[in-house]
Design a protein around this ligand. Structure first.
Ligand code: ADP
Length: 363
């Protein structure tokens, strides 16, 4: 089967009962507030749930329908897709949905209407495409080194794939780079083929802000709905150790997200926050038509020159949106009520149904 295009989805939509739309997602990642928000906006909700993982959804009672599967990736199976379509489902993608369904399957054979732009998911997953979106938009990103021999200051070394920072390290010279590569190989965290793909970038000494935006394609407006910082293991545990002991133990930190803290940013930085969000939306419109649509996140570091530097983006609901299930200081400013990211998505869908504009926000 070729790529799913918008016409295929619009064709399906003709058969849908628009008065009886169900909002569904995979039971993981940010599904609690996606489904809770959908209920708050009056939708019926469904969850595709891996057997054994249903407890949180039952205890928080966010789903009207459970579609139980043996494994998460079964969400793309034909029988599951059929069931979803029969319930007039609009699927809301999130990080785990993308990871388990797989980009190829989402692009080629997940024939269920999805909120947002399904083509942009590949752009956040592949580092070169992600950089292109940011650089074309003139967003400040960490300086990139093309070869280890060029290392002249502290750098962060990363490797392809979502590995929770396993094997990532900091180095300040070419010698240190080589030493650490060897050490990581000995631990079995890196293989020779990874080394050739090492991504070396300027180490930004600064504070982390992951900024959660919502781009409303209906209103052509970029909204800031919340911010978080990551709580990562083992690095955040290490820093509780006195520096002397950190030097004594020979441990390499990793950056596996285990949770998130809500955050607010210094008010004078909000101009930059809106500016980079607007810029990303503009470059996405050019590069991956029709562009961003709905939730996106810019993971940034703010240095002591008060520059907001973006090192990663998500082009769908990001895990850090879980910090504002009942609203954030920013969503309060904008909406004055408990507006989670999930609820904001549901409200956009509700508005589109009312104004007969679903074709703008679905792919
Ligand atoms: P992953 O591949 O796991 O998504 P990230 O790119 O998010 O990894 O990086 C993991 C962590 O490393 C981030 O949360 C951030 O704290 C830190 N980090 C990433 N890039 C830089 C950088 N250029 N300078 C300093 N710290 C960084």
């Amino acid at each position: 089967m070729g790529k799913i295009n918008k016409e295929d989805i619009l064709e399906l939509l003709k058969e849908y009962d628009k008065e009886n739309i169900t909002i569904a997602t995979l039971g993981s990642h940010t599904s609690l507030h996606i489904l809770n928000g959908a209920k708050e906006e009056g939708f019926r909700t469904a969850i595709v749930c891996e057997k054994g993982r249903e407890i949180p959804y039952q205890r928080f009672d966010v789903a009207d329908e459970y579609i139980m599967v043996d494994k998460f990736s079964d969400i793309v199976n034909d029988d599951v897709q059929e069931k979803l379509r029969s319930m007039n489902v609009i699927v809301i993608p999130h990080g785990s949905f993308v990871a388990y369904a797989g980009l190829d399957r989402i692009e080629d054979d997940f024939l269920v209407p999805m909120f947002g732009n399904r083509d942009i998911l590949r752009w956040e997953a592949e580092r070169d495409l992600e950089r292109k979106l940011l650089t074309e938009g003139n967003v400040r990103i960490p300086y990139k080194y093309s070869d280890p021999s060029e290392i002249d200051r502290a750098v962060m070394v990363k490797f392809p794939g979502a590995r929770g920072g396993r094997g990532y390290f900091v180095a300040s010279s070419t010698e240190e780079f080589n030493q650490k590569i060897e050490a990581m190989k000995e631990r079995g965290w890196l293989e020779d083929k990874d080394v050739a793909n090492a991504h070396i970038e300027e180490y930004v000494a600064g504070c982390n802000y992951c900024i959660h935006y919502f781009y409303s394609a209906l209103n052509d407006e970029v909204e800031v709905l919340g911010m978080d910082t990551r709580y990562e293991s083992s690095i955040d545990g290490f820093v509780r150790m006195p520096a002397k002991d950190q030097l004594d133990v020979s441990l390499s930190p990793s950056y596996v997200v285990t949770g998130n803290h809500p955050a607010v940013i210094r008010e004078s930085l909000l101009t930059q926050v809106f500016d980079i969000g607007d810029k990303l939306v503009e470059s996405a419109k050019e590069l991956v038509k029709p562009g961003l649509n709905g939730p996106f996140c810019m993971q940034t570091l703010v240095n002591d020159d008060l520059e907001v530097i973006c090192f990663e983006i998500s082009a769908r609901s990001d895990g850090g949106t879980n910090t504002f299930m009942g609203g954030s200081p920013y969503s309060y400013l904008k909406y004055g009520e408990g507006m989670s990211m999930g609820r904001r998505v549901a409200r956009e869908i509700k508005t589109a149904i009312k104004d007969d504009k679903l074709e703008i926000i679905l792919t």
